[in-house]
Write a protein that binds this ligand. Structure first.
Ligand code: SF4
Ligand SMILES: [Zn+2]
Length: 358
């Protein structure tokens, strides 16, 4: 595979040192993908402003995130260039959609009212998904109730969203904001945009009658457990206060291959967050004016969010219950001796820091 390289669009964004390291790490990945097959598809249920709905989740293979080519986010192992040539033509993209519909027809009695479309990049970036494809996807799902479309804030555009809202669909943009704190987003995640850009994207989505679902990252590298918890509490509150941002999905970082987080983890410089931290943030933000959910991936494993090993499944189940019911009392029903260790970690873990004096 060729070494990712930034285009003019990406130059001068993010931190040069982070981008350099991430480009080198990503270039080690050798993988080939079929442009006619989606990356993943599955059925689930989700909490939406219209209640809990059955969902069809699709991850399209669009050729990869632009930002990943520049180097990109320190925790993200998604491919920098997931098909040869870096873009997927319309017909192949529609083959992917058909494969998802076939999967749904096999697994479910009825079509899901909610369809969530991710690309590990931006569905609204026309380099990934051409206008023709976007229109055809909107037409394909016009008989559903709601769609969620993943996009970085730069590409959120009311006219593009009207492809969906003009067909009577409720539409939401899923924005990988990661944190409301610009310093953490820039220096720990290496994501280039500001909270103000997210606010502008929320307003733009609102112009098309669409909403926004903010995705937050709990515990990027270089934060202590306690700093990560505080950063998430303030981020959930700040997102919930933005007009049109009706849902916050706060997800714990996991260690993906070919990332800076992986290299830090390998050298003992990173531990994924405790599940108690996830529960604490959900409890502390239960009054926020938004649906707040979390979907810990790889829970209970060394590379995913974890507690002591004994209680991980129980705490994960409480988190999933909270997602659907938004009732913080679910966390009163789980406890474990390791909570005391977690409390100590939250209060005592030292930050990365060079000594000021010898
Ligand atoms: S997290 Fe999103 S923006 Fe960052 S490199 Fe991965 S796909 Fe791109
Ligand atoms: Zn435990």
């Amino acid at each position: 595979m060729s070494k990712p390289s930034p285009e003019v669009y990406e130059r001068g964004r993010g931190m040069d040192a982070h981008n350099q390291v991430m480009r080198d790490i990503r270039s080690e990945k050798e993988a080939e993908y079929d442009p006619h097959e989606p990356t993943r598809v599955w059925l689930d249920e989700d909490n939406t402003p219209g209640g809990v709905k059955r969902s069809l989740t699709i991850i399209l293979n669009t050729g990869g995130c632009r930002w990943a080519r520049a180097g990109g986010c320190t925790m993200c192992g998604y491919v920098a260039e997931s098909v040869e040539g870096g873009s997927v033509p319309h017909d192949a993209m529609m083959d992917q959609i058909q494969a998802c519909l076939d999967h749904e027809a096999e697994e479910a009695d009825e079509p899901a009212p909610l369809v969530k479309i991710y690309t590990s990049g931006s569905f609204l970036d026309e380099r990934e998904v051409a206008a023709e494809t976007r229109d055809a996807v909107a037409e394909t799902f016009a008989d559903r109730e709601r769609v969620v479309l993943e996009s970085l804030p730069d590409f959120v555009d009311a006219d593009k969203l009207r492809d969906f809202t003009d067909r009577g669909l409720d539409a939401d943009v899923a924005v990988g904001l990661e944190t409301a704190t610009d310093r953490v987003r820039h220096d720990c995640v290496n994501k280039y945009f500001d909270f103000a850009d997210f606010e502008a994207a929320c307003a733009e989505a609102g112009d098309a009658g669409a909403g926004v679902k903010a995705y937050l990252l709990m515990k990027p590298p270089f934060l202590t457990e306690g700093e990560a918890v505080d950063d998430m509490v303030s981020s959930v509150e700040r997102c919930a206060a933005v007009d049109n941002c009706h849902t916050v999905s706060m997800n714990p970082c996991n260690v993906q291959r070919y990332t800076m987080v992986d290299e830090l983890h390998f050298r003992g410089g990173y531990r994924p967050p405790w599940l108690w931290s996830v529960a604490a943030v959900l409890e502390r933000t239960a009054d926020a004016d938004a649906i707040v959910v979390s979907d810990p991936v790889g829970h209970g494993s060394d590379r995913g969010p974890h507690n002591c090993g004994d209680c991980d499944d129980r705490v994960q189940k409480a988190i999933k219950d909270f997602d659907l019911r938004q009732d913080p009392s679910v966390f009163e029903q789980v406890s474990c001796d390791c909570e005391r260790t977690w409390e100590l970690v939250v209060s005592e873990e030292p930050s990365f820091g060079a000594p000021l004096t010898r």
